[in-house]
Design a protein around this ligand. Structure first.
Ligand SMILES: Cc1cc2nc3c(=O)[nH]c(=O)nc-3n(C[C@H](O)[C@H](O)[C@H](O)COP(=O)(O)OP(=O)(O)OC[C@H]3O[C@@H](n4cnc5c(N)ncnc54)[C@H](O)[C@@H]3O)c2cc1C
Ligand code: FES
Length: 256
C-alpha cells in the first residue's frame, strides 16, 4: 500500500456515456481488482475511485460533485494525482474453466471490468450482468464483450436487454448454457447489492460484495467510512464475503 500521492499524466479521455468518462493514465499500478485509489486535484478533497484497469491505470468516473466534475474537465496531457492502491479487493476464487458471474450497476461496473480482465486471463469463463435505468446509461458493456465475457444487459425501461433489474437476469442466466456460476462478484448501489446478495444466498452461490461509504483518509484513521461494529470500508473492505449465517442484517447500517 502506498500512502504517497503520485502524479500521473492523462493519456486518453473516453466519454463512456452521458455521466461517465474513463481516464487512461500514463502508468500502471500494482493492484488487485476491487482495490481503489484516492484521486486528488490541487485545492480539492481527494475521493475514492476503483480501478477499471491497472495497466495502464484507468478510472471510470461519474460526474456527481466538485472533484468528479473537475476531473471531467481534464484533457490529455493534464495531471491527476493518485494515492493507492488501497483496501481489500476481490478474491479470485475461480480455477481455469470455472464460470464466474459479475453483476454491476452504475459506476460499480468499473472494478468488475478489471476483475473480468483478470479472471479471463486466468482461463475462467466470465458472465457479466450490467444494469442501468435505460440503454443510454449502460456502462462499459462493449469493453466486457471485447474482453471475452458473455454480457447480459438489463434496463428498467426495457430499452436494451431484459426489462427490469439486474436480479431479473439471474434466473435466465442460471438456466442458460454456462449455468450455475462458481461465484458471484457484485458492485453497485446499496439496494442492488442487498438484492443480489439475498438472491445468491437463496441459490447457495458464494458472493463477494464491494461496499461503498463516504471516505476521507482511505487508510483506517478517520472513522468516516465505518458502517457498523467497527467495520471500516477503506481498510476491512470495500470487498467482503457475504455470509448469510454470519453477516448481520443492517439495522445499524452494517454491510448487507
Ligand atoms: C471504494 C469506492 C470506490 C468508488 N469507485 C468509484 C468509481 O470507480 N467511479 C466513480 O465515479 N465513483 C466511485 N466512487 C464514488 C466516489 O468516490 C464519489 O462519487 C465521490 O464522492 C465523488 O466526489 P465529488 O467531490 O465529485 O462529489 P461529492 O460532493 O463527494 O459527492 C456528490 C454526491 O454524491 C454523494 N456521495 C458521495 N460519495 C458517496 C457514496 N460513497 N455513497 C453514496 N453517496 C455518495 C454525496 O453525498 C453527494 O450528494 C467510489 C466510492 C468508493 C467508496
Ligand atoms: S476513510 Fe478514514 S477510516 Fe476509512
Amino acid at each position: 500500500m502506498s500512502s504517497f500521492l503520485q502524479a500521473y499524466k492523462i493519456n486518453e479521455v473516453r466519454q463512456e456515456n452521458a455521466a461517465n468518462k474513463t481516464l487512461v493514465l500514463d502508468g500502471a499500478l500494482d493492484a488487485e481488482p476491487g482495490q481503489f485509489v484516492m484521486a486528488w486535484l490541487p485545492g480539492m478533497q481527494d475521493k475514492p475511485f476503483s480501478l477499471a484497469q491497472a495497466n495502464p491505470l484507468s478510472l471510470t468516473i461519474a460526474a456527481v460533485g466538485p472533484l468528479s466534475r473537475a476531473i471531467h474537465q481534464l484533457q490529455p496531457g493534464d495531471r491527476l494525482w493518485v494515492r493507492g492502491p488501497l483496501g481489500r479487493g476481490f478474491r479470485l476464487t475461480g480455477a481455469p474453466g470455472d464460470h464466474l458471474l459479475l453483476i454491476g450497476g452504475g459506476y460499480g461496473v468499473a472494478p468488475l471490468r478489471y476483475l473480468a480482465q483478470t479472471a479471463l486471463a486466468r482461463g475462467c469463463r466470465v458472465s457479466a450482468i450490467i444494469g442501468a435505468r435505460r440503454q443510454a446509461d449502460l456502462l462499459l458493456a462493449a469493453d466486457f464483450e471485447s474482453l471475452g465475457a458473455a454480457v447480459w444487459l438489463t434496463t428498467e425501461d426495457g430499452s436494451a436487454g431484459i426489462r427490469g433489474l439486474v436480479t431479473d437476469a439471474i434466473g435466465p442466466l442460471l438456466a442458460a448454457e454456462w449455468g450455475r456460476p462458481a461465484a458471484v462478484y457484485t458492485c453497485g448501489p446499496t439496494g442492488m447489492l442487498r438484492a443480489v446478495a439475498a438472491r445468491c444466498a437463496a441459490e447457495a452461490i458464494p458472493v463477494q460484495v464491494s461496499w461503498e461509504a463516504h471516505m476521507r483518509c482511505g487508510i483506517g484513521l478517520c472513522g468516516s467510512c465505518e458502517v457498523g461494529d467497527g467495520w471500516l470500508t477503506c481498510l476491512d473492505g470495500p470487498v467482503f464475503d457475504f455470509d448469510p449465517e454470519q453477516t448481520p442484517p443492517p439495522p445499524g447500517g452494517g454491510p448487507v
